[in-house]
Design a protein around this ligand. Sequence first.
Ligand code: ADP
Ligand code: GN1
Ligand code: MG
Length: 380
Amino acid sequence: MAFTLPSSVEKSLPVPDMFDLRKIASLFNLRADYVCGASYGSGHINDTYRIEVDQAGLRVRYILQRVNSNVFKQPIALMENVRRVTAEALRVLQEEGCKDSYRRTLSLVPALDGKPYAQDEEGNVWRVYTYIDRARTYDMIESPRQCVEVARAFGNFQKLGANLPGEPLFETIPDFHNTTKRFAAFQSALQADPLGRAKSVQREIDWFLTREEDCHKVVNYLADGELPMRVTHNDTKLNNVMLDDVTGEGICVIDLDTTMPGSSLYDFGDMVRTSTSPAAEDEKDISLVTMRMEYFEALAKGYCEAATFLTPLEKDLLPFSGKLLTMECGMRFLTDYLVGDTYFKIHRPEHNLDRTRTQIALVESIEQQMSTMQKVVERY
Ligand code: ADP
Ligand code: GN1
Ligand code: MG
C-alpha cells in the first residue's frame, strides 16, 4: 500500500546499527531506492524493521524481518509454510471478491531470485512483507469489542487452515505446545540450574510443580484421538492480529511462523492469556492482573461464531485452555529465566521473572472464575 510520509516522521526514524538494512533490502524485488528503516513492533522472537523506500517518486513502506534461526531451526522450510498459507489466503479472498484483499493477508515480496526469502552473507534468512496501512496491533486490549474481532479473525484463520491444499504444513517448532514436554524441560532447567537462580524463585517453582497434572490433560486427549489435530496459528497473542484504525475490525492475522498442526485449544487459550487482563505481560504490579469475564465472554462469542467446526469436547475445554496456555507460557518464561534468558528477548535483568509472575497471577484469577467461564461457554 503506497503511503506518503510527513517529513517529520522520516527524520525521527533512528538508524539500526546491527544490520545493513539498505543492503538487505536490495536483495528483494522492491524496484525502489532505500530511504530509511527502524526497529518495529514488540515481538519477542524475530527482528522486525519498518523500512521506507522511494518507488519512482512515491514513498512506500515495507516490513523487513529476520527470522530467528535460534528459535526456528529450519527457516527455509518455515518460509515455505508462510508462502503456502499466504497464497491460499489471497486466493480465497479474491475468490470471494474482496476489494481490499492485500490488507487482509500478509503478502510476501519475492527476493530478486524469485524466492520468498533472501539470505545475507551470514546465512540469516530475511523476508519482506507489504506494509498493512491504516491498521495496527495492540499490546494491551482496550475493549471487549476488540476481543470479538481478535477471536473472529483467528477463528476464520483456522477455517482457512482446514482447507489448505497439499501436504501437511511443516512443524516449525516440534512439540511447541506439548505441555508434558514443556514441563519436562522446566524440570531439566531446574535440575541444571546453571546460574544458581532457582533458590531465589522457589515460590514460583513450587507453584508450577503443584500443577503438573494439568500439563498432561490436552496432550493425552490428542494422543488418544479424543481431540482433533487441526491447522492452527499457535501464537494467537493479541499483537499478532491487525485491527483496522477506522472500523476496529480484525483485518489481518500476522506472525505466521508457528502456523502448523495443533489444537484449537492452543489458539483460544493464548487469546485468553493475552486479551482478558488489563495488565501488560510484564507488569511489575501483579495486583493489576485479572481475568475479566466480560472480555472472556467477548472472546468466546467471536471465536465460537467463526469456529463452527468445534467438537463438544473442544468447546468444553475452552475455559481450561485459557488456564493451560497461561500456565505454559509462565513455565516457559521461568524456564528461560533459570537457563539465563536465552530464548525470549529481554529488556531488563528480571524481565522473564516479571513475566512469569503475571502469568501465575492470571492463572490464579482464571482458577477462581472457572465455573462461571464454563457457564459462559455453554451459552455459545
Ligand atoms: P514477532 O515474531 O517478533 O512477534 P511479528 O511478525 O509479530 O514479529 O511483527 C512484529 C510487529 O510488526 C507486529 O506486532 C506488527 O505491529 C508489525 N507488523 C508485522 N507485519 C506487519 C505488516 N505486514 N504490516 C504492518 N505492520 C506489521
Ligand atoms: C513469543 O513472537 P511473539 O512475541 O509473537 C512466542 C510465543 C509466546 C510469546 C509470549 C515462536 O511470541 O510462543 O507465547 O512470545 N513465540 C515463539 O509473549 O516462541
Ligand atoms: Mg508477533
